[in-house]
Ligand binder design. Structure first.
Ligand SMILES: *[C@@H]1O[C@H](CO)[C@@H](O)[C@H](O)[C@H]1NC(C)=O
Ligand SMILES: *[C@@H]1O[C@H](CO)[C@@H](O)[C@H](O)[C@H]1NC(C)=O
Ligand SMILES: *[C@@H]1O[C@H](CO)[C@@H](O)[C@H](O)[C@H]1NC(C)=O
Ligand SMILES: [Fe+2]
Ligand SMILES: [Fe+2]
Length: 439
């Protein structure tokens, strides 16, 4: 009896020691991951943002011109502890470093991390100086962790240098906070082969909303050109001949977090549009292009869309876009590609009889929300409204090449059809600004 007890007791001690030693040999998570870049405060800056699960000794990027194959520059930034809002309150460290004094139109190599370890070696190419170049955008929304149909195509095209930047028009990961933000971590790893090579410019959708957008706020770094403060919700930037504006339309959908966010954004947007329309600015950036997650128009008519027309308490966007002569607006949220005829107030404003997009008399709207996510695609409407010009729910994304101050080429790529261009049109504007509506 006693010896049995003794054996049991010894067994218990051995087991306990084993459990203890297993616990004291946990891995440490100090290797940089989820690295991505975005446009800095100035056009001569690129910001790198990455994650380590534990605190590291420093936040540094080494970078240099690719032609020299050396890291001639080093920038130091900061790390911030981020605690996810989920039940496990998982924490991680988000690092931000501004690579400064970059030369235009130059390829750089870089890596980021600290003395605790560096990331892989990546590269990026800075934009040419001034406005006389032809930016090549990739535009899409609604790209998730699961069923990310277009991910591999995007990764490859970006690495081959086919595009200058990406804009992701809301709805990431589905959702970044899901499973205590493990879904967010994995999604950010998936986009690293895209986002470490070209600026990955973002705006929020409804899937970013939880815990007051905290995963979204922490994991990205958006600046308006010339603005020191990070603002992931609304920002604007001059890219060649384009003044690009990004806004958060989800503020209208979820007023529980406060309507002051809609009002602040709306004030900012009007100021920004005013400034962009000052003659010397509109001359340099004739194209004003907006992006936001929730569309103003769908295949089916929604006359009470409050984001478009507002309500008693809140202003709507459409009058503002029209007043300040916005040329082109991209939306997502509907998991589909939809090209609309020029439309304002639910009326068609074609340019000419032959070509609706030749000097259109209103802004042009496009939905591109079919990059792929676990909510699949939206059905094509059997009887769409008269201003719906083309619809496809193939998985895909949009190319926008800004050829010059009068011509923008738009193409829709289908994943289902192995990269085939399924829709293509040229937006031509011989005049910009509100006077274009009368031209
Ligand atoms: C959510 O965050 C914004 C700042 O981004 C803040 O203005 C707002 O008051 C917050 N709302 C809540 C409910 O915490
Ligand atoms: C606008 O152009 C489209 C495409 O050419 C055409 O089908 C439609 O009838 C035109 N609508 C109006 C009101 O001009
Ligand atoms: C702009 O690009 C279009 C399409 O390539 C071309 O036809 C047109 O001549 C160009 N305009 C100017 C001013 O370069
Ligand atoms: Fe979505
Ligand atoms: Fe959405």
């Amino acid at each position: 009896m006693f010896s049995k007890l003794l054996i049991f007791f010894i067994g218990f001690i051995v087991l306990t020691i084993e459990v203890n030693s297993a616990e004291s040999w946990k891995p440490v998570y100090i290797q940089p991951e989820q690295l991505h870049i975005s446009l800095g405060e100035q056009p001569t800056e690129i910001v790198a943002t990455w994650t380590t699960m534990e605190k590291t000794s420093d936040s540094i990027c080494h970078y240099g011109e690719e032609s020299k194959q050396s890291f001639d520059y080093s920038s130091r930034g900061y790390q911030q502890k981020f605690i996810d809002g989920g039940p496990k309150k998982r924490h991680m460290y988000i690092h931000r470093v501004y690579m400064k004094n970059l030369q235009p139109d130059t390829r750089y190599i870089y890596h980021c991390g600290s003395e605790n370890g560096w990331s892989e070696l990546f590269f990026f190419k800075t934009f040419p100086k001034g406005n006389e170049w032809q930016p090549r955008f990739v535009i899409y929304g609604d790209l998730g962790n699961d069923n990310a149909q277009t991910m591999s195509m995007l990764q490859e095209e970006i690495q081959l240098g086919h595009h200058d930047l990406v804009t992701h028009v809301g709805d990431f990961a589905y959702d970044m906070h899901t499973d205590n933000a493990l879904v967010g971590d994995e999604f950010m790893r998936q986009i690293q082969p895209i986002a470490a090579y070209v600026p990955y410019q973002v705006m929020a959708g409804n899937h970013e909303r939880d815990y007051n957008y905290s995963n979204y706020n922490h994991r990205f770094t958006m600046h308006s050109q010339g603005e020191k403060e990070i603002n992931n919700h609304f920002w604007s930037y001059n890219i060649g001949p384009v003044h690009l504006i990004a806004i958060n339309t989800d503020f209208w959908e979820h007023i529980q977090y406060g309507t002051h966010m809609i009002e602040n954004q709306f004030k900012w947007l009007e100021q920004d549009l005013k400034r962009a329309n000052e003659p010397e600015n509109r001359k340099k950036q004739p194209w004003i292009i907006t992006m936001g997650h929730h569309p103003l128009y769908y295949q089916a008519t929604r006359p009470d869309n409050k984001i478009r027309i507002g309500n008693e308490q809140l202003p709507g966007l459409e009058p503002l876009l029209y007043k300040y002569g916005v040329d082109l607006s991209f939306w997502a949220h509907d998991h589909i590609y939809t090209r609309f005829l020029p439309v304002y107030n639910e009326k068609i404003f074609n340019g000419t009889r032959q070509d609706p997009y030749f000097n259109p008399k209103s802004p042009v709207h496009i939905i591109t929300g079919s990059a792929g996510c676990r909510e699949f695609v939206t059905p094509v409407h059997s009887n769409p409204n008269p201003y719906t010009a083309y619809v496809s729910n193939d998985y895909g994304y949009t190319y926008m090449t800004v050829l010059n101050e009068t011509h923008i080429q738009l193409r829709q790529i289908s994943r289902n059809q192995m990269g085939k261009i399924i829709d293509e049109f040229m937006l031509v504007k011989e005049k910009h600004g509100p006077e274009a509506w009368l031209y």
